[in-house]
Design a protein around this ligand. Structure first.
Ligand SMILES: [Zn+2]
Length: 541
């Protein structure tokens, strides 16, 4: 059999069952130039030009090798040369290009192959030219090159690499190529093989995968670190950190940070146990006075006489037992910060003296006759409603306004539930850094509790629970009884203390919710799990 004897009509047929186009026994898929270009363009975008070229070349290679093997099963060719030439006929049949071969040398035993040739009207070159309407810098007939290489390799029984030398897409009249066995390429073989070999790509993939794995590990570590930091949200490294996650606390701290560097008096308001002293220390730490003293006293801790002497000092003989001069704490604090806790408990007589401190920046020790200048900054705190006390006449209005130059409000824990878990974990980690933590049901229970004693109560609760739980997860049973049953107890005592009927209970509960929502009917209906209309009807009844 000679290549010229090949008959298209014999070789190409239509499968009888489905109507598929067949090349000998092999089913074909028709693909237009446009599709090749689309694939090529997509590949360039995804993996870059080099790898696109490699992939198309390899597709061509396996196709060419397959065709050569299939055709050799159909026909016995006279010589390897004829077998090779048959390839160019098939190339034309497939619509790829019209090829001619020159200078063919094939030695199957010595595995030597050399040829040169031309491809006219290459479908790839035509397509790329149409695509960009511009000539290309280098050859583009990758599939064709692959096909020729694969086919020739099958014929030689050893690797043949075809290189496109000039391409129509570069503005030449036609494409020219050169094919050689690996040994014939000599030293340039690696360069030619570049487009056939996916090894570098695979190697690079491996390297990239390794790098990705490394990055993932680092990221994991960072995430854990970040999670730990998030869990602690520590504002400072001192022992009086402020731990929070709630927006309200973030807001308060933002304000505190703003006022900290000034010399303004600050009034911190909040229920007991909310951490007002921690806030005062925070202000001190964020002020220019941070390296100076931070002193403080609770106005509720001492009887009025003693409190006065502690705050302002006394001179020798001022009262029985005053056998030497004593410097007051306000003076002792020098250019530091003085924290005046529970300032609402300050007796009226001392309120006047404090007013003087704030207005004139001076104190007069008990029994003394000279005023002493002080530079201390005052940060006061109270859990009382000072404004109300002013209205009731138990607190000096002028002092109130002097104190409340910059009021800061620390919300009770129940109004910033997001802080409960993070604080609980913090206290737990302080007791035992390796503790496994709190069970989800415990957290739920804690988040629903009202915490009348606020952060301090939470701290005690964790200490209590930790004693009961030991090194096990803290379960709801481990919580102090009031936390465990607090919510239910509240509800039962307020709504059902005298065993009402179901109807009565419903009425009371509805009223309770309306009170809670400040008479907002739709809000109340939502909580009660009913419609507003039903709620109205119930209220009418
Ligand atoms: Zn070309």
């Amino acid at each position: 059999m000679r290549a010229d004897d090949l008959k298209y009509s014999e070789l190409l047929s239509i499968d009888k069952k489905y109507g598929f186009p067949m090349l000998g026994p092999n089913r074909m898929m028709l693909m237009g130039a446009e599709q090749i270009i689309n694939i090529g363009r997509d590949l360039v975008k995804i993996i870059g030009h080099e790898r696109m070229a490699t992939i198309l070349t390899r597709i061509g290679f396996s196709k060419g090798f397959g065709i050569a093997m299939a055709i050799s099963e159909l026909y016995d060719f006279e010589s390897p040369e004829e077998w090779l030439k048959a390839g160019t006929r098939i190339l034309a049949m497939s619509g790829s290009a019209s090829g001619t071969l020159d200078e063919v040398v094939i030695d199957r035993e010595k595995k030597i192959f050399r040829n040169k040739g031309k491809w006219r009207e290459s479908i790839e070159a035509t397509a790329w030219l149409q695509d960009e309407n511009n000539t290309r810098e280098s050859p583009v007939c990758f599939i064709l090159t692959g096909l020729a290489s694969g086919y020739a390799s099958a014929v030689l029984g050893s690797e043949v690499l075809v290189k496109e030398v000039t391409c129509m897409a570069q503005g030449h009249k036609h494409c020219t190529f050169e094919g050689r066995s690996a040994s014939e390429w000599g030293l340039t073989v690696e360069e030619v093989r570049e487009y056939f070999d996916l090894q570098p790509f695979e190697e690079e993939m491996e390297t990239l995968k390794e790098r990705l794995n490394e990055s993932k590990k680092t990221l994991n570590k960072r995430e854990i670190e970040l999670e730990q930091l998030k869990n602690l949200s520590i504002y400072s490294s001192s022992d009086s950190e402020i731990i929070f996650r709630s927006n309200s606390m973030a807001q308060t701290l933002m304000l505190a940070e703003k006022v900290a560097p000034t010399n303004s008096t600050v009034l911190i308001q909040g229920e007991s146990g909310t951490g007002k002293e921690v806030m005062a220390r925070f202000i001190h730490r964020h002020s220019d006075r941070k390296d100076k003293l931070f002193l403080g006293i609770s106005c509720a801790a001492l009887p009025p006489d003693l409190l006065e002497s502690e705050l302002f000092g006394h001179v020798k003989g001022a009262f029985t037992g005053a056998d030497s001069n004593k410097t007051g704490l306000l003076q002792e604090a020098k250019d530091g910060t003085f924290f005046l806790d529970e300032v609402g408990e300050l007796p009226l007589a001392l309120q006047a003296k404090l007013l003087r401190v704030l207005q004139e920046k001076e104190i007069r020790p008990v029994g003394g006759n000279k005023n002493i200048k002080i530079e201390t900054r005052i940060v006061a705190a109270t859990n009382r409603d000072l404004k109300k006390m002013v209205q009731e006449g138990t607190y000096r209005e002028d002092l109130y306004y002097r104190l409340a130059v910059f009021p800061l409000k620390v919300l009770p824990l129940r109004e910033r539930k997001q802080d409960i878990l993070i604080l609980a974990r913090f206290f737990l980690s302080r007791l035992n850094p390796r503790h496994p933590g709190l069970a989800p049901a415990t957290i739920r229970q804690m988040e629903n509790y009202r915490w009348p004693g606020n952060v301090r109560e939470l701290e005690n609760c964790i200490e209590y629970s930790h004693i009961l739980a030991g090194n096990q997860h803290i379960m709801p049973d481990h919580l102090p009884p009031e936390v465990l049953s607090g919510n239910e107890a509240d509800l039962i005592t307020t709504v059902a203390s005298d065993f009402p009927t179901y109807k009565e209970l419903e009425k009371r509960y509805t009223n309770h919710i309306l009170e809670y929502t400040k008479d907002n009917k739709s809000e109340a209906a939502k909580i009660l799990g009913t419609s507003v209309t039903t709620l109205w009807r119930r209220l009418k009844d």
